[in-house]
Design a protein around this ligand. Structure first.
Ligand SMILES: Nc1ncnc2c1ncn2[C@@H]1O[C@H](COP(=O)(O)OP(=O)(O)OP(=O)(O)O)[C@@H](O)[C@H]1O
Length: 349
């Protein structure tokens, strides 16, 4: 396993740059998720690392070896990089074992032991070895694709939206199996996705890409709790950005009173990052001390494990979203009270 370092990497295809000075370090043995909206350059970044395209500027090093950017680029097959595409791209006429064996060095192809070991690593039952890809579920196919990519013990595994074709139930299971297999193999991995749940739940490190520029890099927790700008705050998780004035560790908002901040911030104008889970919805008839602000329920999105209550603050046109337990839900039209019951982050403006 090896560290991957991109320094000032740029790429254009005849028009404005698709990647514009990307700096990113992926520590050895860790999984970095590159998260960004469609068209922001995620696949281009993977293709440059794999060697399918060359960067216009900057360098890419893998395990301390420069593979692109200085002198002649190292050819893809010599980079020791495994690639898992959106839809595994398995050979349809080869069975599972033959698909996995295909990625192995010639001297290991006849030894069944490595294939058995790889199937176990990605959580595939041994009896699936003789099946064709068309006889597997989408999640099983992606596990075969990962086993094939891990076979030659690559320095780095690249995963390009590998779960996007799977339905919700299968996606969760396959994500967990793939994350466990990558950890067990000690692989350095880059996962490209536009799915924030996937990025937050799987990654050791999250890099948010916007218009070809890395907007923020950090642990999923750091990016979620301390976004650096309005784009990151609203792209990674749901957030309402409220105008406020910061003084010390408190933010005075126009619409929800004075909020506690979850960290130090510069005094002056800012945006408070209020997430739905920071808001508490109280019954208007509560016998507790009246707290919070009057609001009316517009509608409720029910998700089973919880729900999101859409509200409008009384006397304003401010819309809010509050996460609530699915067992205690108000109804559309109800008058309620709402308050922020947790410290929030803020972004200087
Ligand atoms: N070979 C190419 N020639 C011309 N333009 C390209 C080429 N490859 C990518 N692009 C353009 O570069 C931009 C970024 O594409 P890329 O596929 O990297 O985005 P992405 O973030 O992976 O998007 P998605 O999430 O939709 O797959 C797009 O505008 C795309 O049209």
């Amino acid at each position: 396993m090896s560290e991957l370092v991109l320094t000032d990497v740029g790429k254009a295809f005849g028009g404005p740059p698709v990647l514009d000075g990307v700096n990113l370090t992926v520590p050895a043995g860790s999984l970095t998720a590159v998260l960004g909206p469609s068209g922001c350059g995620k696949t281009t970044l993977l293709r440059l690392v794999a060697g399918f395209d060359d960067p216009d500027t900057g360098t890419i090093t893998l395990g301390g070896r420069t593979v692109a950017g200085r002198g002649r680029p190292v050819r893809p097959q010599r980079r020791q990089v495994g690639y898992v595409a959106q839809e595994g791209a398995l050979f349809p006429h080869l069975d599972v074992a033959a698909n996995i064996t295909f990625g192995l060095p010639r001297d290991q192809r006849r030894q069944g032991a490595r294939t058995t070991e790889l199937m176990a690593l990605v959580g595939l039952e041994p009896e699936l070895a003789g099946r064709l890809p068309s006889e597997l579920s989408g999640g099983q196919q992606q596990r075969v694709a990962l086993a094939r990519a891990l076979g030659p013990r690559p320095e780095l595994v690249l995963l390009d939206e590998p779960f996007s074709a799977l339905d919700a139930g299968l996606r969760g299971q396959t994500r967990a199996a793939v994350a466990a297999a990558l950890r067990a193999a000690g692989a350095t991995a880059v996962l490209v996705t536009h799915d924030q749940d996937e990025a937050l739940s799987m990654a050791d490190q999250l890099a948010v890409l916007r218009d070809g520029v890395v907007a923020q890099v950090g642990t999923p927790q750091a990016v979620y709790h301390s976004p650096v700008d309005a784009f990151t705050a609203t792209f990674v998780g749901d957030a309402m950005l409220l105008r406020c004035t910061v003084t010390g560790r408190r933010a005075s908002t126009d619409v929800l009173g004075v909020l506690d901040l979850d960290g130090p911030a510069r005094d002056g104008a800012a945006l408070a990052v209020v997430r739905p889970e920071h808001l508490e919805v109280l019954s208007a008839q509560t016998d507790r001390e009246p707290a919070g602000f009057d609001a009316q329920v517009g509608w409720v999105d029910f998700y089973g494990h919880d729900a999101v209550v859409h509200l409008v603050l009384a006397g304003t046109d401010t819309s809010l979203r509050a996460r609530a337990r699915s067992t205690e839900l108000p109804a559309p039209g109800d008058h309620v009270r709402v308050r922020v019951d947790a410290p929030v982050a803020c972004i200087a403006v």
